[in-house]
Write a protein that binds this ligand. Structure first.
Ligand SMILES: *[C@@H]1O[C@H](CO)[C@@H](O)[C@H](O)[C@H]1NC(C)=O
Ligand SMILES: *[C@@H]1O[C@H](CO)[C@@H](O)[C@H](O)[C@H]1NC(C)=O
Ligand SMILES: *[C@@H]1O[C@H](CO)[C@@H](O)[C@H](O)[C@H]1NC(C)=O
Ligand SMILES: *[C@@H]1O[C@H](CO)[C@@H](O)[C@H](O)[C@H]1NC(C)=O
Length: 217
């Protein structure tokens, strides 16, 4: 794949970043001569996974559950006048069907302003805790991918995050070449559970070290 990226606006920015790149940071690679090294710091991490959040990917019961759709809401299925429909069908009015709790949500906020937010939907394209998150569709088309892997079932556990900067966000080196980076890290995840086992998970701020680079043509 050849990316013709528009970098003109970045030149001023990268020349100030290259000064920082002279001091290699703990855990990160030393970038090629004259190339800026990005810093990826997660300043806020919040994950809500309710015990009754609809899960149409991993929960066999949810996959087979039918609900009573009345207008734009869900009604009691035991006194249903209209037809019962699968709660996991696409295009349903909301993702908190009758008998279910609030949907699962994930927020990953970076110090540089990048916000990644997922909210569980029945036909979700992002499977929270199992990989890619949603950092915005515009961003996505530029190739940036932030992935999170972890569990909300333990009080303390180890999460994992991968960061791919993407060709569309390539940085400019002093000699005019464009460079993109990837990184990953494990980090501690802390979850609290209420009496219903609804899980709220957080993590202290952490940095994702830059572990590899690739030239962008
Ligand atoms: C810029 O420098 C890198 C090595 O630091 C090299 O791989 C690349 O080919 C150079 N680009 C140009 C246009 O000379
Ligand atoms: C916790 O779970 C219960 C049972 O599913 C639900 O009714 C309640 O709304 C949830 N509480 C929160 C704060 O999400
Ligand atoms: C079912 O229909 C009856 C009569 O039309 C109505 O009174 C009742 O509220 C309806 N129940 C539901 C759950 O929609
Ligand atoms: C989300 O919560 C449900 C219900 O407690 C649990 O079964 C599931 O494993 C959790 N998902 C993850 C990725 O930990």
């Amino acid at each position: 794949m050849v990316f013709q990226t528009l970098i003109t606006g970045l030149v001023a920015f990268t020349s100030s970043v290259s000064a920082m790149a002279l001091q290699p940071r703990a855990g990160s690679i030393t970038p090629p001569e004259g190339c800026p090294l990005p810093t990826w710091t997660v300043s806020n991490f919040q994950w809500y996974n309710g015990s009754k959040s609809l899960d149409c990917i991993h929960n066999e019961v949810d996959k087979n559950t039918k609900g009573c759709l009345c207008g734009r809401a869900w009604c009691d299925p035991t006194t249903c006048n209209s037809t019962l429909v699968n709660v996991c069908y696409t295009g349903m009015p909301n993702y908190e069907p009758w008998g279910y709790g609030p949907p699962q949500t994930l927020n990953i906020d970076f110090e540089d302003g990048l916000h990644c937010h997922d909210e569980y939907i029945g036909y979700r394209i992002h499977d929270i805790g199992y990989g890619e998150s949603n950092c915005g569709y515009a961003d996505r088309s530029l190739g940036r991918i932030v992935s999170f892997y972890g569990t909300s079932n333990e009080a303390t556990s180890t999460g994992h995050m991968d960061y791919v900067l993407g060709a569309g966000h390539a940085l400019k080196c002093a000699n005019g070449s464009s460079i993109s980076y990837s990184g990953s890290t494990d980090f501690p995840v802390t979850c609290t559970h209420d009496s219903f086992f609804n899980a709220t998970c957080t993590a202290a701020p952490f940095e994702i070290p830059v572990l590899s680079y690739e030239w962008v043509l």
